[in-house]
Design a protein around this ligand. Structure first.
Ligand code: SF4
Length: 480
């Protein structure tokens, strides 16, 4: 990894360029098709016209690579429990009023301290070193990172890794065609199914998203659809019916659909979280209409995130928050009891980390964190400044005084590593992190999946409310 003075200082030739007369270029990456004169930037803020050519400003520029689980990405029917390496970047072709990642999705807010520099080889090597089989292109949105995603995902594929694309999917068919060869999964975030809402709230348009979804489905790759239900705006029965109708008419009934709970953020903090009964009702309607696998997302401790056999009712996969356990599926993704196809693509048993009852304590410090309010996940970031490999351990604390085993993370010299810890048991009160004294480290509170926190507990303290993560939009002290 190397660092530049500012992330905007360097750029390289972009793909999907159309050269027009008089030094003008047009971008064919997202349906905006921005037409740019010399010096102009696209809506996304990370593509520009430099000397009459279309360039990308964010190649290899990312938020910190983070180990998570596939459930973080609204994917329930592909290798449950799989550990993933999540890669986000900077910029976005949309500007949703409630964006959970506004500090990195909106180029004008991006701070150099939040930008890390990776090559495709760096990304693949991190995954291989930590025995992670899948890279997830996620967070702000991978569309505007197209060249890097294309290069790195192809290299990952060559090395035997899988790729997941989690996106709002405001993307052109030609860009999708460049991704299909290396992607295994498209997890598509359908923001709403109303054209007026798309225009007002996302600053995009609905129709290209629907067309792109159909295009990706025809590629034969694994598809899951999620729909964020905003309180009193889209958390109604009509939305559920329209989403189900779209999937039934254009995809197929086995495509998993997730109705996802909203948390107030960015410019939309004057409302409350989606009432859970409305999400459950949305799920009921979609299943009554014929969808086979419908889930409630961003809700802990709900039976509606489990996978149950539609034939005999047997439990197939249990989920708690962002953790999953396969209990009733065979290797072909069928119910072990009755043999019905549950449409779950299995990839063998996902590798797990080494676990220990006890660990050496000499020269180690132990940090504790308590789950509170809606903060039930944490990103732990540690930098190994030593000249030899160091061991970092993480375990969970239960309310009866017991603990889970310590899970081991080996960090090579100079490595900075970030991993999620998500509450896994109803009686879990928090977690502990054991690491060698003196290593730089920090903890980042996570509200819901697809949220990449940019400030650390050590910087600003723990969240002062239970519904909006820090930093809060509009507070000058927290904006760069
Ligand atoms: S990616 Fe979209 S928003 Fe960005 S320059 Fe291209 S067309 Fe415009």
């Amino acid at each position: 990894m190397t660092t530049a003075v500012s992330w905007k200082d360097t750029y390289q030739q972009a793909r999907l360029e159309e050269i027009l007369p008089d030094g003008i270029v047009r971008c064919h990456l997202s349906p905006r098709n921005c037409t740019l004169k010399e010096g102009q930037h696209g809506f996304c803020g990370v593509r520009a016209n430099r000397s009459g050519r279309l360039v990308t400003l964010n190649y290899g520029k990312s938020v910190h690579a983070t180990e998570e689980t596939i459930e973080t990405e609204a994917v329930n029917h592909f290798s449950p429990g799989e550990r993933i390496l999540s890669m986000g970047n900077v910029g976005c072709m949309l500007n949703c009023s409630y964006c959970h990642n506004w500090k990195t999705s909106q180029a004008k807010f991006v701070s150099d301290k939040d930008v890390y520099y990776y090559t495709p080889e760096d990304v693949v090597n991190i995954a291989l070193r930590h025995n992670i089989r899948m890279i997830s292109w996620t967070y702000n949105d991978p569309v505007v990172w197209h060249e890097f995603v294309r290069d790195a995902s192809r290299l990952a594929k060559e090395k035997g890794l899988m790729n997941l694309y989690k996106s709002a999917f405001y993307i052109t068919p030609e860009a999708i065609d460049e991704l299909v060869p290396s992607m295994d999964i498209f997890s598509i975030s359908l923001k709403a199914i109303d054209a007026e809402y798309y225009r007002k709230v996302t600053k995009g348009t609905l129709e290209p998203v629907l067309e792109a979804t159909k295009h990706a489905y025809k590629s034969g790759r694994h598809i899951e659809i999620s729909n964020l239900m905003i309180t009193d705006m889209t958390d109604n029965e009509d939305t559920s019916r329209k989403v189900a109708d779209f999937v039934l008419k254009n995809l197929d009934p086995s495509v998993p659909v997730h109705f996802v709970r909203f948390h107030p953020d960015y410019r939309m903090r004057d409302t409350v979280r989606t009432p859970i009964p409305r999400l459950i009702r949305a799920r009921e309607i979609a299943m009554e209409m014929g969808l086979e696998h419908v889930y409630v997302g961003n809700v802990y401790d709900t039976p509606y995130s489990n996978t149950v056999c539609n034939g005999c009712g047997a439990m197939l996969v249990t989920r708690y928050g962002l953790n999953a356990k396969t209990v009733g599926l065979n290797d072909a993704g069928q119910c072990k009891k009755c043999g019905r196809d549950a449409h779950v693509k299995m990839r063998g048993v996902p590798p797990v980390r080494d676990a220990f009852k006890d660990i050496p304590r000499d020269g180690m410090q132990v940090k504790q964190f308590d789950w509170h309010g809606d903060v039930r996940s944490l990103h732990v970031q540690v930098k190994n400044t030593h000249s030899e490999t160091v061991k970092v351990y993480i375990r969970r604390r239960l309310n009866d005084g017991n603990h889970t085993d310590w899970l081991l993370h080996n960090l090579v010299p100079d490595e900075s590593y970030r991993t999620i810890v998500a509450k896994n048991f109803a009686n879990e009160i928090g977690c502990e992190i054991a690491l060698p004294n003196g290593l730089p480290n920090n903890l980042h509170e996570v509200f819901d999946r697809a949220h990449f926190p940019t400030v650390a507990v050590e910087e600003v303290g723990v969240a002062r409310n239970d519904i909006s993560p820090l930093p809060i939009y509009g507070r000058n002290v927290l904006q760069q």
